[in-house]
Design a protein around this ligand. Sequence first.
Ligand SMILES: [Zn+2]
Length: 190
Amino acid sequence: MDGVAYTTGKDTDDDHKEIHFSLNYIHEVSRRLPQPGQSGAEIQGVLVHEMVHCWQWNGLGTAPGGLIEGIADFVRLKSGLSPPHWKKGGENWDAGYQVTAYFLEWIEDRMGIDSVRKINQALQAEKYEEHVFWENLFGRKVGDMWNDYLRSVEKDAETAEPETGKGSQSKVQGKDEVEHWDQKGHDEGA
Ligand SMILES: [Zn+2]
């Protein structure tokens, strides 16, 4: 199959889930990351991401896809299985995957541990309505939190060591890897 992996409800009922994982991808990972620790972490990371989809709520189908994907990668991140090319920042809070995962991590740091569990819980029985959802949970608009988060990422980057020529080169390599490894399009059913 194309892509990396996806999770879907079974034909009989949606409470039973199936995870599909591309054997081509597993083969490719083992070829590209020959050390067992590296390829094992990548494969486990994908499985953790997909397992989250089995257990998470989606606001009766109304939650943004980026939030669903971000929660899945947040758990992957907190499991110590984030790939080395992941980095903080991004265009929008709901871009999904690691962009949203790091933002959720920032929310947990500020709003208290368990914040993401509360987000998931809030998506169990109610539809997602952005203008009330975040304010009910954290007393703040998601856009305002995102702007604060981006400022903190910029600040961290400023205090980090300035990049040398060698550093920029490895950054370019990292970017290539992102394109190759990104799990985009792997989730047909969240
Ligand atoms: Zn996913």
